[in-house]
Structures are given as structure tokens and as C-alpha cells.
Design a protein around this ligand. Structure first.
Ligand code: RAM
Length: 525
């Protein structure tokens, strides 16, 4: 939890011109009406045991106090729910009192949310208590939900009547143009399934910004945005949405100009008071990648100085030995693994960002800046070897730890010669514990490090095993956190709060299209 900060009296620095440009780029949303494809009843309120119901019988099912009805919408949906309710028996003499529980995955339906006591707000759990005073009624809930399953529990009726759910539907919402998307089979069945789940993950996170997750937190995070943008370049190619998000981050920053880790867009755009060393640098990387795809000079001119400012801020957090300081390491995310020392990772992310910043400077014909950045890059790279490379153990060691994350990020930073980097990644199993990768976000960078060292088969195998294991557990979209050896793990103190359609997990679409369809292409990051 350490990374989330609270700064009282925080007033973001807003740039009206950049925010206006972001507003102009706001996408229109696509909608579809989706109805349930199946139904069942859970035998006990929090049990997993269920009895299937034939769907056409649902409109005749009379629900008394304590009974439940679970509807399956076929796959993960993001949208608004409408229920048509009626009754059987004599005239309702008391309101119908219902509990509605929306679940992205089946397991979530049987969780008792009252037991959740983690550090993220309980209010994200998608449950509502609803009173319906007059029956029959059609009710549309005002909130947008992310779900595949809906559990309706009859909290109370009266002895005079029973409730009937005549119809349910979800009006979905996304800015991804799924209808236009042409799926190209790869010839590999598992890769196709992974691709489709990744695509759905991306689409359901594409709203009027790239959200991190439609269940939680429903907003822009820089680290997520960078990966979503990459996945988007290989699929929907909605360039304006990437541009809009870059302008939003640039348009509302910390008072000293730093890019915030995360951004609110409602009721008005406002930078969150959380800053992360690595996330701020991803702004530089994401901007350069956007320009590689679009060559959009307006964006380069508007955002160049802000990108360079992030580099300068980070360089000021290096000591005389050109190694990032403790404050930088402690404000670095990398993965949900709090006991892991992040100094080496922070150093490596900064080296990567310098490489991208230099490309930006060259694009801008800012040659003195490009040269200065090259000098810094070389100094930091040499310092990385001097400070973190352990000659005896032949790996990177960060304050005594040789975590896989440090090896991965140093490989991505090109700190080693290619042969040495490859040998390091061949021995990766030595570094997998005790600082295990906790999220698909970290697994993405692990796969990229394998690709960067040319270990393409190993990279593809890992993608298939890791993301494939979520499919085996019934995933329609990919999850925020997942450890196949510990399915109940949650970074937040309870998996009922985990998000099961999470932006940073969608990157297999890019891996499959860019790396595993054309063997031999290298250079992951
Ligand atoms: C989580 C968010 C997001 C991530 C941050 C660091 O709470 O959902 O995905 O970028 O943490």
C-alpha cells in the first residue's frame, strides 16, 4: 500500500489548452444489447453448489424470501442493467427487497463480501440493495457494471406475493470498434483463445479513456496506458484515444510538473496525488511509441518539453555515482511485491526511458539534447553494472536480492551484451523465488525480456502457460493479479476486490501478432 500517497491541499497544475485538446478527442461509445444465455440457482447463499435452470423457465420462476436467481450473460460485459420485474400471488402489499450482485467470474458469486477487510475500499464491490415499491416495474440501474454473472437474491417479499424476473438485459458500452475488427486465426488453437480473451479485455477497458479495469478503479493509470496503447496498435488502432490519454496526463500534473501515476476524469480532469518513479517515465516511452505509430507532429510539439521534464526530474534523483536514490526506489511500482527491493529496477526503467527520450529528441531535431541524453544513458548503464552486477553469481543483485524483476528490467535496459543477457534469461528459474511475479503486468515484461534476448519459444511457451492457465480457470477476460500456484492471492487483502478484466493483462494480443506470428522478430520492451 506504501505507494499510494495522500497529499492534503493538493492542487494539480492544469493546462487548459492541453485539456481542451483532450476533450476534443473524446471518443463516441458503441452499444449493444446483451441478454443472458443461461441461469442457475445457488443452493445456499454463499455456496458453489448450483442447480441449472432452463432459461425460458426464468420468466415463470416465482421467487420467495431467501431464494436466488443467477443469470449468465455468456461472457464478460461492461454496461447498464435493466430488469423487468413482475409478481405472482395477490396484490403486493410491501416493497420487493432485492440484493443484486455482479460478478466478473463465477467464484465471485459465492464470496461473502462482508468478510473483506483489505486496504482498497469495499465500495468497489459490485453489490446493490434495491427496493421496488410498485410492481410490475422496469428498473435500470444508474451505475455501469463489469460482469458476466448477476445474482438476484430475494431479501424479502411478503406472504402475499412472490417476485418474477421477466427479463434482464445489459446495454454494453465500449469505445473499441469490435464490429470492424477482423480476427485472423493464427493456426494455433490456444493462441487464438488467448488472443480473443485479450482482445475482449482491451475492448472492455476502452471507454472514454483507457481504463485500468471497468470494475475497479475505472480510470487512467500510466503503467496500464502504456501497455494498452501497445495492444491497441496491434488491434483496434484507435490512435485518438491514445493521444487523448497522453494529453490528459500532460494536461493535469503535479504542481512541480511531474506526471501523476493516475488521473481522475470525473467530475473534471484532475491528477491524482500519487506519483511513481517508473510510471512517470512511462509517459516518455508511451509518447515515443505513439509517435512511431503516427508521426503526429502536433503531439510531439505539444508534449516534448513535458516528457523531457520527467527525465530531468528522475535524473535529479540519482546520486553522484549515477545510481537512483532510495526515494526513487521506494516510489517505484514494478509489481505488487512489496518486500522486493526496487532499486535496480528503477535504474533500469530510467535507462530505458533515456533511450526513448533520445529518440524523441532526434525526432525534434534537438541534437544537443539528444547528445546529452546519450551521455546520461551511458553513465547510468555503466553505473548499473558497477552497482548491481554480481560477477560471482552472474546476475543483478539489488540490496542483496536477485529477483527476477531486476534481471528482466536490466535486460530490457540493454545493460548487458546480447550473449550475456541471453545466458541470464536462460537461467531465469534461479530467480523466480522468493520474489515471485504477482501480476500479468510483470509477466508481460518477463515475456518481453525473453523476446529481447531471442528466446522466442520460451517466451511463447510462458505466455501460453500463464495466460492459458487463466482460461483454464474460466476466464473470459484476463485478470489483474494471478498466481497459478496460489489462486487465492490478492495484493489487496481479499480477492473479492480483484479486477478480472484488467488493462495490463491484455498484451498477449500484441505478443501474438507482433512476436509469435513472425518468429525471429526481436526487441521486446
Ligand atoms: C492498481 C490499478 C492499476 C495499477 C496500479 C499501480 O490499483 O488497478 O492497474 O496501475 O494499481
Amino acid at each position: 500500500m506504501a505507494l499510494i500517497s495522500i497529499i492534503e491541499d493538493f492542487h494539480p497544475l492544469n493546462d487548459a489548452r492541453l485539456l481542451y485538446r483532450a476533450e476534443e478527442l473524446k471518443p463516441s461509445l458503441h452499444h449493444e444489447v446483451v441478454e443472458p444465455v443461461g441461469g442457475f440457482q445457488l443452493k445456499e447463499r454463499y455456496s458453489h453448489e448450483k442447480e441449472d435452470i432452463v432459461l425460458h423457465k426464468v420468466p415463470h420462476l416465482a421467487m420467495g424470501k431467501g431464494q436466488n436467481l443467477c443469470l449468465d450473460f455468456g461472457s464478460h460485459q461492461v454496461g447498464y442493467l435493466t430488469l423487468e420485474l413482475s409478481y405472482t400471488g395477490s396484490h403486493p402489499d410491501a416493497p420487493a427487497f432485492l440484493k443484486l450482485k455482479f460478478s466478473e467470474v463465477l467464484d465471485e458469486l459465492s464470496e461473502n463480501s462482508e468478510e473483506y477487510d483489505g486496504w482498497i475500499s469495499h465500495s468497489w464491490i459490485q453489490e446493490e440493495y434495491v427496493h421496488v415499491d410498485v410492481l410490475p416495474a422496469s428498473i435500470t440501474l444508474p451505475r455501469r457494471y463489469a460482469f458476466r454473472y448477476l445474482k438476484i437474491t430475494m431479501m424479502d417479499t411478503s406472504p402475499k406475493y412472490k417476485l418474477i424476473v421477466k427479463h434482464a438485459e445489459c446495454l454494453t458500452e465500449t469505445s473499441a470498434n469490435i464490429r470492424k475488427f477482423r480476427f485472423e486465426p493464427t493456426g494455433d488453437e490456444l493462441n487464438d483463445r488467448i488472443f480473443k480473451a485479450g482482445l475482449r479485455t482491451l475492448a472492455n477497458c476502452m471507454q472514454d479513456v483507457f481504463e485500468d479495469g471497468p470494475k475497479r478503479d475505472q480510470r487512467l493509470w500510466m503503467g496500464d496506458l502504456r501497455l494498452q496503447a501497445l495492444a491497441n496498435y496491434s488491434t483496434f488502432r484507435n490512435m485518438d484515444l491514445v493521444k487523448r490519454c497522453l494529453y490528459l496526463f500532460a494536461g493535469s500534473r503535479f504542481p512541480d510538473g511531474r506526471i501523476s501515476a493516475c488521473l481522475f476524469t470525473r467530475p473534471t480532469v484532475a491528477a491524482d496525488d500519487t506519483w511513481m518513479f517508473d510510471y512517470a517515465l512511462f509517459f516518455v516511452i508511451a509518447l515515443e511509441e505513439y509517435l512511431q505509430e503516427t508521426n503526429d507532429i502536433e503531439t510531439l510539439n505539444d508534449l516534448y518539453d513535458i516528457a523531457m521534464q520527467q527525465i530531468e526530474t528522475s535524473l535529479r534523483m540519482c546520486g553522484e555515482n549515477h545510481v537512483v536514490n532510495r526515494e526513487a526506489a521506494e516510489s517505484t511500482f514494478i509489481d505488487w511485491c512489496e518486500s522486493m527491493d526496487k532499486t535496480a529496477c528503477a535504474q533500469a526503467v530510467l535507462i530505458c526511458a533515456l533511450r526513448y527520450a533520445r529518440r524523441l529528441a532526434r525526432r525534434k531535431n534537438d541534437w544537443s539534447q539528444a547528445n546529452w541524453l546519450l551521455q546520461k544513458l551511458e553513465l547510468l548503464r555503466d553505473a548499473a553494472i558497477a552497482e548491481f552486477w554480481d560477477d560471482e553469481r552472474e546476475c543483478f543483485v539489488s540490496n542483496g536480492q536477485s529477483a527476477i524483476a531486476a534481471q528482466v528490467w536490466m535486460v530490457l535496459a540493454d545493460v548487458l551484451e546480447p550473449e550475456k543477457a541471453r545466458r541470464l534469461m536462460e537461467r531465469d528459474s534461479e530467480f523466480m523465488t522468493p520474489y515471485k511475479m504477482a501480476t500479468p503486468y510483470m509477466h508481460h515484461y518477463y515475456v518481453m525480456a525473453l523476446c529481447r534476448t531471442g528466446l522466442m519459444d520460451k517466451a511463447e511457451k510462458h505466455m501460453k502457460e500463464y495466460w492459458g492457465s487463466m482460461l483454464e480457470r474460466g476466464a473470459d477476460t484476463f485478470w489483474e493479479a494471478w498466481d497459478p500456484d496460489n489462486p487465492d492471492a490478492s495484493p489487496y487483502g481479499g480477492k473479492v476486490i480483484n479486477s478480472y478484466c484488467h488493462a495490463w493483462s491484455c498484451t498477449p494480443v500484441m505478443m501474438i501478432r507482433k512476436y509469435f506470428n513472425q518468429k525471429g522478430v526481436k526487441n521486446g520492451l
